[in-house]
Design a protein around this ligand. Structure first.
Ligand code: IMP
Length: 198
């Protein structure tokens, strides 16, 4: 039995995110999924900012299920598109669109444009005993001219992290976890829990 074991709800329905986050968590921190606490509904996400959405999802779980939890919201901000798709990254190409549709639209909107700089931003909202905390992680990079690689999820095939030539979709999960927006935000979350123990 590991000492100071802590279980916390990760308020997301996205199994890719659970997998990625689990890979960087220390043994002392275990994630409990929404299904395990009986939450099967879609969490509300109606704010115009990542911070607002992350807090909205975490508050929903805290208020309805009474559990300490964290949630995450991520957006892709493309400079040549004035920060689009931003908070609308998931439904850029429409309400029920696929990642493929989103990538197609992004490449179309950047067609003929050599200014490709972009960043992924993740905000994690944590609620512990009713107290709220925010953590941010940013990955700078460029949008490629065409898809590269088969791995990862979402926009990974067209996101080339700064200083590299391979996309997130061409990296191993370990390599992506060393530099990704989400991993950076999660590292801050872990550091927060570690400081609490001290
Ligand atoms: P959300 O945080 O689930 O709302 O994600 C917003 C959008 O960003 C979705 O379309 C995801 O597929 C995409 N996304 C989030 N994180 C990543 C990532 O690490 N790589 C590629 N796409 C991502």
């Amino acid at each position: 039995m590991i000492e100071n074991m802590r279980k916390i709800v990760f308020a997301t329905g996205n199994p890719n995110k659970v997998k990625e986050v689990n890979e960087v968590l220390p043994e002392t921190l275990t994630i409990v999924g929404l299904k395990e606490i009986g939450c099967t509904e879609e969490l509300p996400e109606t704010n115009p900012t990542l911070e607002g959405n992350a807090l909205q999802k975490a508050r929903y779980v805290y208020e309805n299920f009474g559990k300490d939890c964290f949630s995450e919201d991520t957006g892709l901000f493309v400079d040549a598109l004035d920060g689009e798709p931003g908070v609308y990254t998931a439904r850029y190409a429409g309400k029920n669109c696929t990642s493929d549709d989103n990538i197609n639209l992004l490449l179309k909107n950047l067609d003929g444009n050599n200014q490709r700089t972009a960043r992924f931003r993740t905000i994690i909202a944590l609620i512990l005993d009713g107290e709220e905390f925010l953590f941010e992680g940013i990955a700078e990079g460029n949008i490629s001219f065409e898809r590269q690689g088969e791995g990862g999820f979402g926009y990974d095939p067209v996101f080339i992290p700064e200083g590299l030539e391979t996309s997130f979709a061409e990296m191993t999960a370990e390599s992506k976890n060393e530099i990704s927006h989400r991993a950076k935000a999660v590292k801050k979350l872990i550091a927060f829990f570690e400081n609490q123990k001290a």
